[in-house]
Each structure stands twice: as structure tokens, then as C-alpha cells.
Design a protein around this ligand. Structure first.
Ligand code: ADP
Ligand code: MG
Ligand code: ZN
Length: 638
């Protein structure tokens, strides 16, 4: 399943006016015809009365002998009619007249007077063509060139002339191949319930209008990238069986100023003609950002486009049966004007799928993929907390690719498990060879993360450790939560920070030196510590004060330059962050020193085999007196 939509009847094709090239075209065609006709005529004229050709001197001789009755002069052609009724043709010199020519050849005037001489103009058409040719030829070539250019322009550049028209992709209700319904969307139960009402209205508007109910004009779908917002919008159109006009916010803002606004106008016009219909503006944050903050460089074009959307939505009559849907993963940066009643006042949140939903999504995307008997989608769903629908889709795909690459006809569980890591971390880079020293450092670094995670009570259990580089990381420790969780507690955050610092601590203790390896670990943990202080109110010193909205700094109209707190608080925040990091570091340091033997064991095993799975890992730590985490432990904590 993909996001492709049909281009059928798209705006650029519909209602194209006769282009300005039409006139030029007809001129050039006219000239071409003129040229062909005239050459045809001149051929005809040449092959006119069939007369033998003779030399001029012979003709002079014949005239002298009195055998010629008359001579017709046509340009430089002399057609002589003989007594025996034969006509012969000769050519005179072009500059001199007939009489001159004959006198020059020594013919006496008396002999010449005996012959009748008719002078005729050269034949009409060919003559005129001869006269006009010097002017027509260049004109003709110019016309030819223009004709060629316009032919090319129609192929590609023609779009430049239709830039006002909307670029929406249209899916018509009778388009069976493109049709998506709620069945194709797994999970998202609440969202589907909300949207079912809209489907009902589009299917059966009368019922609602008669009772005086006002149907929302705009619905905003909010959710993390890949959670199926676009899919769900298409499913609404598919369920209701109405036309679906999709355009992306970034497509409005393109090249020419003022085009965004005119695209909006065209789009709404088209949708009203096709009503009932859904207009879907994907990634609306590209045009609908808070205006006038200077964030993103106060873009006039964007403002005009946004204004036009608002104007069009306000101009809707309730019985117009056009519903605007929009999607964004940044609802926090949207202009409040968009969210006002009468506009996108219906908001539908789509969450990341939970374990059951993930299994459902995997099932949907496993259609047409032959599975080996050992495949258990449940287990895959369990192992993929935090995956979006799009991630799961690509997981399935990667699994199939892995199986195909190894020439197997069925996808095995093993393929899917490897696909999880591929989607999470990027492909393994076996060719990226570490030197012996690098390998040792990486092994100890990862062992550090794992050990701290296993000892601290609120950190996630370790699933796998590896020093095979993946994506951009040299090695990795995979620790996954035992359950999906919506909320995290302060204790969990603190332990997470210690785990992140585990690698850094080990490098310092073991090698008395630090590589660039942990820089990402430090960034992540510092950012987390900062969020704890400024967003979640988890610092006693700062207290219960959310200084920044979660998700972004531009909070409903307020710009970034004013972050709303004093120098003193600023300094306090910094010292709090430093304190949290420091404590996290100490905790990790204590664990590493205390369990040095376990650390060595893990690291040595890693150097040997490069990848340790959960079971083997747990055996190693049990041997060193550390109890691995069980599900029960987590439940116990809560
Ligand atoms: P968004 O617009 O939220 O970024 P999309 O709708 O483009 O996400 O989703 C991308 C792809 O992920 C979809 O085409 C679909 O294959 C898959 N997908 C996402 N969510 C779901 C779901 N709930 N059920 C089935 N497939 C899903
Ligand atoms: Mg999308
Ligand atoms: Zn690390």
C-alpha cells in the first residue's frame, strides 16, 4: 500500500484554455502550406506546354529563314511557333530585350518584323513567389523554430503557464484500486470513532441538515509521523465514497508569490463542484505556522496562503458538503486562527499503536507475504514498542527482503527479528572494521551501558548488545521497556541518564581517556536532564513550573526570543541540570567499580563473539551475582 494517488483529471489537464501558441501555430502552418502549394505550382508551370529546346542561335537562324510565325516571350523563355505547327523553346540572355538579342545575332529588322512577337508576364503564382521568396524564407524559418519550441514547451515547461491551478491529487469514489477504507487502518479506535461521524454526514447529509445540526468544516488529525494520518484521511473518503482532493502544505508554497493563494482558490472551487468531497491538506504546519513571530523568516507567501484557506473555510455554507481535513505532527506550532471554532475545531489525535494495534498492523501488512510456520507476529509486536505504523510497514518489507536475499521463499521469524533492528538502527555495516583497540573500547563502552541498565531498578532490561556497527553507531545496546508506557516517572528518567552515561564512565575508568564515541550519549542525557527541570517540574529547586511547553518553543503565538524567565532562573536551571548529570555520573561510576568483574566478562565475551543476545547476557550477569529483570519486578514497582 502506498500513498500514491491517481492523477486522473488533475488540475493541469482540466479546462486548459486555447493557448497563446495557437495563433503562432496557425501562422506557421499557413506558411508551410503556402510553401508547398507554390512549389507544386512552379513544377506544374515548368512542365507546361511540352516544347523541344533549341539553342538561341538555331532559333535566330530559323527566324532568318522565315520558318517561324510567332514568338511568345515569357520572362527569359522564348517559345517559337513554326510554320509546320511545331513549337520550340529557347532562352535569351536575361538582361536584354528580344529585339536587342535578335539584332545582336545579326538578324535584320525586316526579317524580325515578319515574326509576330507576344510578350507575356511570367506565370502568376510562380512569379509572385519569386518576388516574395526573399521575405518569406526567413519568416518561414522563424515560424518553424517557434513551432518546435512550443512543441517542447507543451511537454514540460507548459506547467509554468498553469501555475495558478491547484496541484491536488484527486481520488474519485469509483476508483477501486486507490480505495482505502477503515479496514486498512489497524488500531486507532478512538480516531475511527470520531471520524465515523464525518463519514455518516458525507453519506447522508440530509439527516443532519434537517435537524439543524452544524457539521464541522475542518478536522485536524494530529499524531507522530507515520501513525497513519494520511491513510486515515483517505479511508474517510473511501468509507463515505466521496471525491478526495489531497495536497501537501509544502506544495502551496512554491516558486511564485501569490500562487499559494490562487492554488487554494482553485482547490476549493474544484472540490465544491465535485461535492460531496474531502479536501485534505497534508503537513499543514508548512503553511499554518504561527504568523508574525519571525520564526522561519516571516514569509509573506505563507501568510497569504493561510489567509486564503481561512477565507475559503469561512465562506463555506454548511450545506456545501465539503469537509476540510488536515494533518500535522506539530500541532503546537499552528496558528491559533486555524484552531478557532468554525475552522479546524475538531481535533483527532492518533497515538502510536500499542501492542495489540501493532500486531493488527503487522497482520495487515503481512498480506501476500508467505510466512514460515515459526512466525509469531505477537512476539514481533511485543518487541517493537514505540514503532509507528509506517515503521511496522517497513519492518515487514525488510523482513521479506532479507528472506528473498537469502533465496528463501518464505519469511521466517528470524528475518522479522533482524528487520526490527534494521528499522531501528539502520543496516549492519559488517564491512566497517574496527581496529583491535577500537573494538576493545567499543566492547567496554557497550558493556558499561548494559551493566548499569541491569543494576539500576528503573532502567529498561537489556535485549541485546552488539559491537557490529549499525547506521552511525559503532556499537549498540538494545534495551526495551517491558511494557508500552505512556508516562515516565522521575525515577525512570534518572536511571536512564545513568545508563546513557555508563559508556562514558567506563571509558574513563578503563582507559583513563574518552573517545568521541559517547558524544551522542551525552547530548541525549543532557537534553533529558534539561527537560526534567524545565518541562516536567521534576526539580525541587525550580519547583512546579513548566517553563517551556512540551513539543516546541513557540507556544500559541509567542515567539522564541522571549523565553519568559529571568537571568536568575536561567542560572538555576543550569545548576540543576549540572547536578542531575553529576548524580547520574556518580551512580554509574559506583556500579561500574563495584561490578568490575561482570563488566570484564561482558566486554571480553563481546570482543569474542561481537553480539550477545538476552539469554546469554543474563547468564553472564547471574554468574556475577546480578539478578536480571523480570516482568514481575516492573509490576511490583508500580
Ligand atoms: P502519516 O501521514 O501519519 O505520517 P501515513 O498515513 O503516511 O502516516 O502512514 C504511512 C504508512 O504506514 C501507511 O501507508 C501504511 O502503510 C502504514 N500505516 C500507518 N499506520 C497504519 C495503521 N494504523 N494501519 C495500517 N497501516 C498503517
Ligand atoms: Mg502523512
Ligand atoms: Zn553509548
Amino acid at each position: 500500500m502506498s500513498n500514491q494517488q491517481s492523477n486522473k483529471g488533475s488540475g493541469d489537464k482540466k479546462g486548459k484554455k486555447p493557448s497563446r501558441f495557437g495563433l503562432l501555430n496557425s501562422i506557421s502552418t499557413g506558411l508551410l502550406i503556402l510553401f508547398l502549394v507554390s512549389s507544386f505550382y512552379s513544377i506544374l508551370a515548368d512542365s507546361g506546354p511540352s516544347a523541344d529546346k533549341i539553342a538561341l542561335s538555331d532559333l535566330v537562324r530559323d527566324v532568318g529563314m522565315g520558318e517561324v510565325i510567332s514568338i511568345t516571350v515569357k520572362g527569359d523563355d522564348l517559345i517559337a511557333l513554326y510554320r509546320d505547327n511545331v513549337s520550340k523553346k529557347a532562352q535569351k540572355e536575361s538582361d536584354s530585350s528580344v529585339t536587342e538579342t535578335f539584332t545582336n545575332y545579326g538578324l535584320t529588322p525586316e526579317k524580325l518584323n515578319a515574326v509576330k512577337i507576344n510578350v507575356e508576364g511570367p506565370s502568376g503564382f510562380a512569379f509572385w513567389l519569386m518576388q516574395l521568396a526573399p521575405f518569406l524564407a526567413p519568416l518561414f524559418f522563424i515560424a518553424l523554430i517557434i513551432w518546435f519550441l512550443t512543441r517542447q514547451a507543451r511537454g514540460t515547461g507548459m506547467q509554468a503557464f498553469s501555475f495558478g491551478q491547484s496541484k491536488a491529487r484527486i481520488t474519485l469514489p469509483d476508483d477501486k484500486k486507490q480505495r482505502v477504507t477503515f479496514k486498512d487502518v489497524a488500531g486507532a479506535k478512538e480516531a475511527k470513532q470520531e471520524l465515523a461521524e464525518i463519514v455518516d454526514f458525507l453519506k447522508n447529509p440530509k439527516k443532519f441538515l434537517e435537524i439543524g445540526a452544524v457539521i464541522p468544516k475542518g478536522i485536524l488529525l494530529m499524531g507522530a509521523p507515520g501513525t497513519g494520518k494520511t491513510l486515515l484521511a483517505r479511508a474517510v473518503a473511501g468509507e463515505a465514497g466521496v471525491a478526495f482532493f489531497a495536497i501537501s502544505g509544502s506544495e502551496f508554497v512554491e516558486m511564485f508569490v501569490g500562487v499559494g493563494a490562487s492554488r487554494v482558490r482553485d482547490l476549493f472551487k474544484m472540490a465544491k463542484q465535485a461535492a460531496p468531497a474531502i479536501i485534505f491538506v497534508d503537513e499543514i504546519d508548512a503553511v499554518g505556522r504561527v504568523r508574525g513571530t519571525g520564526v522561519g523568516g516571516g514569509n509573506d507567501e505563507r501568510e497569504q496562503t493561510l489567509n486564503q484557506i481561512l477565507v475559503e473555510m469561512d465562506g463555506f455554507e454548511p450545506n456545501e458538503k465539503v469537509i476540510v481535513m488536515a494533518a500535522t505532527n506539530r500541532p503546537d506550532v499552528l496558528d491559533p486562527a486555524l484552531l478557532r471554532p468554525g475552522r479546524f475545531d475538531r481535533r483527532v489525535t492518533i497515538d502510536l499503536p500499542d501492542r495489540n494495534d501493532r500486531e493488527e498492523i503487522l497482520k495487515i501488512h503481512s498480506a501476500k507475504k508467505p510466512f514460515a510456520e515459526d512466525v509469531a507476529l505477537r512476539v514481533i509486536a511485543e518487541r517493537t514498542p514505540g514503532f509507528s505504523g509506517a515503521d511496522l510497514y517497513s519492518l515487514m518489507n525488510e523482513g521479506a527482503i532479507l528472506a528473498a536475499r537469502e533465496n528463501r521463499t518464505k519469511v521466517a521469524q528470524f528475518d522479522l527479528i533482524r528487520a526490527i533492528e534494521k528499522v531501528m538502527l539502520g543496516p549492519e555495516r559488517k564491512s566497517h572494521l574496527l581496529s583491535k583497540k577500537e573494538k576493545e573500547i567499543t566492547a567496554y563502552h557497550e558493556a558499561g551501558h548494559a551493566l548499569v541498565a541491569s543494576v539500576l531498578p528503573f532502567a529498561d532490561p537489556v535485549h541485546k548488545i552488539s559491537i557490529i556497527s549499525r547506521g552511525r553507531a559503532a556499537g549498540y545496546t538494545l534495551h526495551l521497556p517491558l511494557e508500552d508506557r505512556k508516562m515516565q516517572s522521575k525515577r525512570e528518567f534518572l536511571d536512564d541518564i545513568s545508563v546513557s552515561l555508563g559508556g562514558y564512565v567506563v571509558e574513563k575508568i578503563m582507559f583513563n581517556d574518552v573517545t568521541t564515541g559517547p558524544s551522542n550519549d551525552l547530548q541525549v542525557s543532557t537534553a533529558l536532564a534539561r527537560d526534567m527541570v524545565t518541562k516536567y517540574g521534576m526539580s525541587e529547586k525550580i519547583g512546579v513550573l513548566a517553563l517551556e511547553s512540551s513539543g516546541g518553543r513557540a507556544m500559541f503565538g509567542k515567539g522564541v526570543e522571549d523565553n519568559g524567565y529571568s537571568e536568575k532562573i536561567s542560572a538555576d536551571i543550569d545548576s540543576e541540570v549540572a547536578r542531575i548529570m553529576d548524580e547520574g555520573y556518580k551512580k554509574a561510576e559506583d556500579i561500574v567499580t563495584k561490578h568490575k568483574a561482570a563488566l570484564d566478562a561482558i566486554a571480553q565475551r563481546l570482543i569474542e563473539v561481537e553480539t550477545i543476545e538476552r539469554e546469554e547476557y543474563e547468564n553472564i550477569i547471574i554468574a556475577h551475582g546480578i539478578q536480571p529483570k523480570k516482568k514481575l519486578d516492573i509490576e511490583h514497582q508500580i
